[in-house]
Design a protein around this ligand. Structure first.
Ligand SMILES: [Zn+2]
Length: 119
């Protein structure tokens, strides 16, 4: 959730969510702010209903910002210098997810988007 007023910007996350989701949400909301999405005020419903389906340009951009922030392309390419990952190699996906402190699902999407995993 993000709110902006004359005093500045407040970004809040749901403390009942897991740490991976909290980190991604922080990156997502930071993305809205840094990308100038002043009108993109997220609440949980909006995020769940629209962002997860990727139907809004600003939500897609904020998700891409969060992914790039948490899983920098240069670092991943260095980690995977040996080549692209096999999607069935859950052990390596889990290892990378732990290294970057993200969920295996987020890591999988990032690797696919960077063409670092066969689909
Ligand atoms: Zn958003």
């Amino acid at each position: 959730m993000q709110r902006q007023d004359d005093d500045g910007v407040l970004i809040a996350v749901n403390s009942t969510h897991g740490p991976h989701r909290q980190r991604f949400t922080l990156g997502h909301e930071l993305g809205h702010w840094l990308l100038g999405h002043q009108d993109a005020v997220d609440n949980e419903l909006y995020r769940n209903e629209l962002a997860s389906r990727g139907e809004s340009t600003v939500e897609i951009e904020a998700n891409a910002f969060a992914a790039a922030l948490l899983m920098p392309e240069d670092w991943l390419r260095e980690d995977l210098a040996a080549g692209v990952l096999d999607p069935m190699d859950e052990e390596q996906i889990d290892s990378l997810a732990r290294r970057y402190n993200v969920s295996p699902q987020a890591m999988t999407f990032r690797l696919i988007n960077l063409n670092l995993m066969r689909t």
